[in-house]
Design a protein around this ligand. Structure first.
Ligand code: SF4
Ligand code: MG
Length: 341
C-alpha cells in the first residue's frame, strides 16, 4: 500500500541558544494506507514529541529544527505539514490527520453536555454544516464507538472513563481523517477496557479505512494490534520491523529488553527481566550509542560511534536496526546467543 504519512529526518530541540537539548534526532517513519504502526519506548524517549511535532502542536520550548512530514489526503494530494500555512494546517488537522492525546478523556469540558462538545467541534471545522445535521452526525459517531445516542445528553462526569475515551475517539474520527494518531490513548484505563477499546478502533479502521499511529510504552499491546512497530530510544528510532518479527526476533538489544519487560497478555509469559539502568540525560549526550550504558552487549565501538538505522547484516527485508551488532563492521562477529534466536 502507498504511504499516507512520511516523516523524514524530523529533529526537535528543547531550549535555544548554544546548548539546546536534542530530543528528536533525524527521525524517519513511514505509515502506509490501512496500516497500524506502533511506536514503542519508555516514557521520555520522544514518542509524544514526535506526535506533537509531526502535527505542529509542539508547545514551547520545543522547536522543530529540521525535517519534513508528508501527508497524503483523501484526494491523493501530498503536502508537507511543516510547510503549510497556519490556515492550511488548521484545515488539514482533524480532516486529514487527527490525534487522540494522552489523558484526552480529561480534556472534555465538565460543564457542557457531550452533544454540545461534539457538535461544536464538527461545526468549527465544517462551518457550512447546520447544527441539526451536526447533531445527527454526533449521534452517529457515538454509535460508531459503541455508545448509545441517548448518552449525548450526558455530562462528562456521568460517563465512565472508558466511555469518555470513546467520546474522544469519536470526535477524532468526526471528519473521517486518513490518519489517526493515538498517544497512550488507554493508559488510564484498566487492561480489559484498554483491549476492548483498541479492538473497536481496529475494527473501525477496517470499516472506515484510516491508518493508525499507536503510541504506547506497553509493547505487549502493540504486538497484538500493530502491523509494524518502531522502537524509540533517546529520541531516535532504533528498530522498525513487522510486529511479529520484532516480537519473534528483536534485533536491537533495547527492543529485546522492552519485550522482556512487558509480558504479552496472551500466550506464554516471558520472563520479566526489565532493563536495568535509566535512559540517558539528553542534555548531556555522550558520543556513541545512547543505549551503551545499559546494553549487555556493548562493545568498544559502541562507546565511540553512533550506530545509524540501516539494513541488518542478515539482509532482512523490511527491518531496520541502529545497532553495531547488526550493521557495520562488527556484523561479522558471531551474535550473542540471546540475539541470534
Ligand atoms: Fe548495544 Fe552497541 Fe548495539 Fe548500542 S550499538 S545497542 S551498545 S550493541
Ligand atoms: Mg508521552
Amino acid at each position: 500500500a502507498e504511504p499516507v504519512l512520511e516523516v523524514r529526518n524530523l529533529s526537535v530541540d528543547y531550549g535555544f541558544g548554544d546548548d539546546p537539548t536534542h530530543v528528536l534526532r533525524e527521525v524517519s517513519l513511514t505509515l502506509r494506507r490501512g496500516e497500524v504502526l506502533g511506536l514503542a519506548g519508555e516514557s521520555g524517549c520522544g514518542k509524544s514529541t514526535l506526535a506533537y511535532a509531526a502535527t505542529r502542536l509542539l508547545p514551547p520550548p520545543g522547536l522543530i529544527t529540521g525535517g519534513e512530514v508528508w501527508l497524503t489526503n483523501r484526494e491523493g494530494t501530498r503536502a508537507d505539514l511543516l510547510a503549510l500555512s497556519d490556515a492550511e494546517l488548521r484545515a488539514a488537522r482533524w480532516r486529514d490527520i487527527a490525534i487522540v492525546f494522552q489523558g484526552a478523556m480529561s480534556s472534555l469540558n465538565p460543564v457542557f453536555r457531550i452533544e454540545k462538545q461534539i457538535v461544536d467541534g464538527i461545526v468549527a471545522h465544517q462551518p457550512r454544516m447546520r447544527r441539526e445535521e451536526a447533531r445527527e452526525r454526533a449521534a452517529e459517531l457515538l454509535r460508531l464507538v459503541g455508545i448509545s445516542a441517548d448518552r449525548l445528553r450526558a455530562y462528562p462526569h456521568q460517563l465512565s472513563g472508558g466511555m469518555r475515551q470513546r467520546v474522544m475517539i469519536a470526535m477524532a474520527l468526526a471528519l473521517e481523517p486518513q490518519v489517526l494518531i493515538m498517544d497512550e490513548p488507554t493508559t488510564a484505563l484498566d487492561v480489559v477496557m484498554q483491549r476492548q477499546i483498541l479492538e473497536e478502533v481496529m475494527e473501525l479502521r477496517e470499516r472506515l479505512g484510516f491508518s493508525v499511529v499507536f503510541i504506547t510504552h506497553d509493547v505487549s499491546l502493540l504486538v497484538e494490534v500493530a502491523d509494524r512497530i518502531a522502537v524509540m530510544y533517546a529520541g531516535e528510532i532504533v528498530e522498525t520491523a513487522a510486529a511479529r518479527d520484532v516480537y519473534a526476533k528483536p534485533r536491537h538489544p533495547y527492543s529485546a529488553g522492552l519485550l522482556g519487560s512487558f509480558p504479552p497478555l496472551h500466550g506464554p509469559r516471558r520472563e520479566l527481566t526489565g532493563i536495568p539502568g535509566a535512559p540517558p540525560d539528553l542534555s548531556a549526550r555522550e558520543p556513541g550509542c545512547p543505549f551503551a550504558p545499559r546494553c549487555p552487549h556493548a562493545m568498544d565501538v559502541c562507546r565511540t560511534e553512533l550506530p545509524v538505522l540501516g539494513r541488518t547484516a542478515q539482509g532482512e527485508d523490511n527491518r531496520l536496526v541502529a545497532c553495531h551488532l547488526h550493521t557495520t563492521a562488527s556484523s561479522t562477529e558471531p551474535l550473542p546467543p540471546s540475539l541470534s534466536r
